[in-house]
Design a protein around this ligand. Structure first.
Ligand code: NAP
Ligand code: GDD
Length: 325
């Protein structure tokens, strides 16, 4: 019997939330996983044989990394991904989250010619592109109305991905992912900020939690479910863009109810409002229509909103207990 060749994947942003889940998902499918880490990664200069230092703001070694890793699939997850921060760092965000994708696409185009092989490219596009939504729910055909420097950068990257697909016949796709969370979520995002505070308040390590707009509504899913959709998009015969979402909408208030409720606390006296945490322009409501992903990719989310909230609090309770010594 002929042996199947082990496939290789290169993941940018491998140290982030999605990088964590995607690496494990691909390794379970026998991929050889290579990753790009930024200069902020710990142990600088000590990268392992399959980890490479690069910055999407500096394209100089992307070609070399492609030559070394010889990927069949590239997942571009790297980004300055914090929406509030993008108002303070608009040029940096445009460079990394927007033009950085162009640098990677162009490096892949040249690599394909050099290596004589096709690479499949996944771009981490975002529901933030829908911003001030023009219809609900949002699908692949909903027009964009970006409301932050981050969202504008993602719209640029989205169109460059399509442009390279159409101009150079590349297998390049956009996954338009709605918010997805996990115990690996960065602590500056609202769900993790809340789950961490719930655990620390419950154990007496913290008194209050400061938040911005708690009326914002999002379509929150579990990151472990969403990385499967990324992979499925690259296994199709035809490169196409897909919305990935649960279709369920909850407010930040609902997340407070689910998390504080899980440990038997009422949040109303424990949460205070900080005007500094509001954004210059807010995205009030996001709700995805993932019918296309359901039908063509046979993908659907498995973890519910309540399970997600409880999973995050349980994880943060363990960390808080460690903190207590
Ligand atoms: P994340 O946890 O913030 O991870 C982002 C990754 O990008 C980190 O590994 C970070 O490394 C790396 N990075 C940042 N700046 C970089 C640069 N200049 N050069 C190279 N690497 C850089 O984000 P995530 O939640 O996993 O999301 C993954 C991707 O999906 C992002 O592109 C995000 O915008 C997009 N997305 C996320 C969601 C969501 O709800 N999570 C939804 C839609 C789209 P360092 O920490 O070392 O800087
Ligand atoms: N971060 C944060 N911190 N958000 C807060 C806070 C707070 O203290 N208080 C209220 N919020 C509100 C925000 O104003 C926003 O409306 C909502 O909570 C969610 O904020 P984030 O968790 O920061 O996520 P996001 O929706 O802005 O962006 C995330 O999802 C996008 C997909 O829609 C990020 O992961 C983006 O990278 C991603 O593209």
């Amino acid at each position: 019997m002929a042996e199947t060749k082990q496939r290789r994947a290169l993941i940018t942003g491998i140290s982030g939330q999605d990088g964590y889940y995607l690496t494990r998902f691909l390794q379970e499918r026998n991929y050889e996983v290579h990753g790009i880490v930024s200069c902020r990664a710990p142990g600088i200069g000590e990268a392992g044989e399959r980890l490479y230092y690069a910055d999407l703001a500096d394209g100089s070694n992307l070609s070399q990394i492609l030559d070394k890793s010889q990927p069949d699939e590239v997942y571009n997850l790297a980004a300055q991904s914090h929406v509030r921060l993008s108002f303070d760092l608009p040029q940096y965000t445009a460079d990394v989250t927007g033009v950085g994708v162009l640098r990677m696409l162009d490096a892949i185009r040249e690599f394909q010619q050099r290596a004589g092989k096709q690479v499949r490219f996944y771009q981490a596009s975002s529901s933030e592109m829908f911003g001030k939504v023009v219809e609900t729910p949002q699908s692949e055909s909903t027009p964009f109305y970006p409301r932050s420097p981050y969202a504008c950068a993602k719209v640029y990257a989205y169109w460059q991905t399509i442009n390279y697909r159409e101009s150079y016949d590349m297998f390049a796709v956009n996954g338009i992912l709605f918010n997805h969370e996990s115990p690996r979520r960065g602590e500056a995002f609202v769900t993790r900020k809340i789950s961490k505070a719930v655990a620390r308040i419950k154990l007496g390590l913290q008194e209050k939690l400061s938040l911005g707009n708690i009326n914002a509504q999002r379509d929150w899913g579990f990151a472990g479910d969403f990385v499967e959709a990324m992979w499925l998009m690259l296994q199709q015969d035809v490169p196409e863009d897909y919305v990935v979402a649960t279709g369920q909408v909850h407010s930040v208030r609902d997340f407070l109810d689910a998390t504080f409720g899980h440990v038997g606390l009422d949040w109303t006296d424990l949460v205070e409002t900080d005007q500094n945490l509001f954004r210059p322009a807010e995205v009030d409501l996001l709700c995805g229509d993932a019918s296309k992903a359901r039908e063509k990719l046979n993908w659907q989310p498995k973890v519910s909103f309540k399970e997600l909230a409880e999973m995050m609090v349980d994880h943060d309770l363990k960390l808080a207990r460690k903190e207590m010594g």
